[in-house]
Write a protein that binds this ligand. Structure first.
Ligand SMILES: [Mg+2]
Length: 175
């Protein structure tokens, strides 16, 4: 199984946004990329389209890892790979609702706590939500015969190579 702590550590080295906008940026990223994933899901009929779908999966997980970095937590300490059996419709419902719920919890975090640490209670709610989102994504990947771990590895390799070639763009912090 891929180690989410290791994945997060490698993913964040390709970060190109500035620290001040980190938390809202990654949450908008999650919402946007899950939306793109849902859009592509409706269209998958051949290998080319399946490729486009897997790119969006990589994008979603990049922002999930980015989220944990922005709130200074380790994704692998909190999010587990579990084989969750879901009905496809239920999995789709989860991925449609969870990003909105994450936005709501993050809004309250920014309003009431930021730039201080997130309260343990709020963090617990967020972890539950992201675990649900991950379970549903992981389940949908298997429905499309997509190996999630391969996708994550490939995505990191792609970003790393872009970074090495100086084509990631932006003038943000690329620690
Ligand atoms: Mg995308």
């Amino acid at each position: 199984m891929i180690d989410f702590n290791d994945y997060q550590e490698r993913a964040i080295t390709t970060k190109i946004y500035s620290d001040e906008i980190g938390v809202p940026y990654v949450v908008l990223g999650i919402i946007g990329e899950v939306g793109e994933f849902i859009e592509k899901m409706k269209e998958v009929e051949d290998e080319f389209e399946k490729d486009l779908l897997t790119k969006e999966i990589g994008d979603v997980y990049w922002y999930l890892a980015g989220f944990f970095s922005e709130i200074e937590k380790n994704m692998g300490d909190h999010i587990q790979f579990t084989k969750t059996l879901l009905a496809v419709d239920d999995a789709i419902e989860i991925i449609m609702i969870a990003p909105a719920q994450l936005a709501e919890l993050t809004k309250k975090f920014l309003r009431d706590e930021y730039p201080n640490q997130m309260s343990a209670e709020r963090f617990e709610k967020i972890v539950k939500l992201i675990q649900q989102l991950h379970d549903a994504m992981y389940f949908l990947c298997s429905e499309y015969q997509v190996n999630l771990e391969d996708v994550l590895e490939a995505n990191i390799a792609k970003l790393q190579s872009r970074k090495d070639r100086g084509t990631l763009g932006g003038d943000g912090d690329t620690r």
